[in-house]
Write a new protein. Sequence first.
Length: 150
Amino acid sequence: MLALSDGSTLLLIAFVLPLGLIFTALMVRMTNRHNLREERLKVLQKALEAPALDESTRRQVLEVLSLEERRAADFWGNLAVFFRCWVPRVSVAIGWILLVFCGGMWTVLRLTDNHRGDFSLVAFAMIGLVLVSLPMALREFDRRSTNQPA
């Protein structure tokens, strides 16, 4: 049987579990949005098939349908915007938790003269520091690259 060391357990709890939860929440949200769009499109299609519709109402329904089609075509653009918005936030949150938790645990272990797990805690604290500072550094690089003439 595979036994997990202290560092592996922390890695599993700190990274794999939150990533799985984020992925599951994202898939549930996308499925719900898809089902709602599909239901709206069916209602609009039934409305278009009704013979009692006047021309202005039919035109409005067609405009809504074309708007829905454009939104569906722009799915990948919306997904990119979603990840561009949420990945830095999640990165900072996970990094902050790692930095504070591992740094605090390392401090407590040092104060009690217990040196077990020093390397793992310092390594995970450094990973937390990187995750906290990475979105800010990328934003700064992006800002500087747009300000300089090509």
